[in-house]
Design a protein around this ligand. Structure first.
Ligand SMILES: O=C(O)CCC(=O)C(=O)O
Ligand SMILES: [Fe+2]
Length: 346
């Protein structure tokens, strides 16, 4: 196969998973090793209806006032909460033109989840249910990668218990604002180029809300790299865009590729409407140790891996985010936690 062919974004069907597991495993491993991005389709769960439902819930959340959303501000130490144009990528040094909220399953009964069920019926149930379903398909995909890496099939399942108090798996709802009434300021971009920090990201998009682009062949995780060759990943409701994150690149001694990606701005003549997307970041429990069989990198605790990545990538913006916490009525759930909030994900 020509190098350029292997750099296309593969599309992999999970249809008839039970019977086709071996074949699917090989396809997923090949994609993870040669490209780093792949599109999953025909999964049993979450269904297209589940995905449409969570997008509706997400849209309803972002329609709430900033004051209401600000009651669950972003907290770096937990990687939870809402931020608006507060994430600054090293590739741009400017805030992404978006807002997002990050939620963790095991914290669903605490104040890091917005108390909005009176305004958005079943908010908690819909979001928690979607996480449960996305967890199932995530573990299927990760089991394929475990086999390909010569690990026990349930290696990732064991360290991804989303009900554990140590869990770091995070669901992120994203809203890129419409540009009809407010133009994107010069030099800014909806989401600047970055790699994700987790093991595996599952991203949901909606047909007609394009903009995601990847930079095949520019994989790296310890330093910043960028090129001008960007490949669009067309948005299609029901499909799942998967990408390997830095943590899995490290755990595989660089065998699996963590690729740069970004969300570009609408071009002249394109829709100026909002874009919504939903990311599910598979991150292991805090005490998991990240080191590959070849020991290419020193062992590191998963929680430190995430924090180190945040420190490397987010040097600015703390003051504004800290003010956002102070201006909210938010009480830190874990005693003694104060101060800097930064996005630990992506
Ligand atoms: O919204 C998207 O399509 C991409 C989001 C993303 O890359 C991230 O949040 O890490
Ligand atoms: Fe990302």
């Amino acid at each position: 196969m020509m190098a350029s062919d292997s750099r296309q974004i593969p599309r992999i069907s999970l249809h008839d998973w039970e019977n086709r597991k071996n074949e699917i495993q090989k396809e997923i491993m090949h994609a993870a090793e040669n490209v780093g991005f792949f599109i999953i389709k025909d999964q049993d769960t979450p269904s297209r209806a589940d995905i449409e439902e969570i997008f509706k819930t997400s849209e309803a959340f972002f329609q709430l006032s900033d004051e209401v959303k600000g009651q669950t501000p972003f907290i770096r130490e937990q990687n939870t909460g809402w931020e608006k144009r507060a994430q600054i990528r090293p590739s741009t040094n400017l805030p992404d033109q978006k807002e997002s909220i990050q939620l963790q399953y095991h914290r669903r009964k605490d104040q890091t989840w917005p108390q909005v069920d009176d305004q958005i019926p079943d908010f908690h149930q819909t979001v928690a249910g979607f996480m449960e379903k996305t967890q199932v398909v995530s573990m299927r995909i990760l089991s394929c990668l475990a086999i390909g890496l010569g690990l026990e099939e349930d290696y990732f399942t064991k360290i991804h218990d989303i009900t554990s108090n140590e869990a770091m798996t995070t669901l992120r709802l994203l809203h890129y604002h419409e540009t009809e009434n407010r133009a994107i300021p010069d030099g800014h971009i909806r989401a600047g180029a970055h790699t994700d920090y987790d093991f595996l990201t599952l991203l949901f998009q909606r047909t007609g809300e394009d903009g995601l682009e990847v930079c095949p062949g520019r994989e790296c995780y310890t330093s910043f790299g960028m090129s001008d060759v960007w490949t669009p990943v067309k948005a299609s409701t029901g499909e799942i865009v998967c990408n390997i994150g830095d943590m899995l690149m490290s755990l595989s001694d660089d065998r699996l590729k963590s690729l740069f990606h970004r969300v570009r701005n609408p071009r002249t003549g394109e829709s100026r409407k909002a874009r919504h997307s939903i990311a599910f970041f598979n991150q292991p429990i805090r005490s998991a140790i990240i080191q590959g069989p070849l020991k290419k990198y020193p062992p590191v605790l998963a929680k430190d891996f995430i924090l180190d990545a945040a420190r490397r990538n987010y040097a600015q913006g703390e003051k504004e985010r800290l003010e956002a916490v102070q201006n909210s009525k938010f009480q830190y759930p874990d005693s003694g936690q104060t101060g800097i909030i930064l996005s630990a994900n992506a």
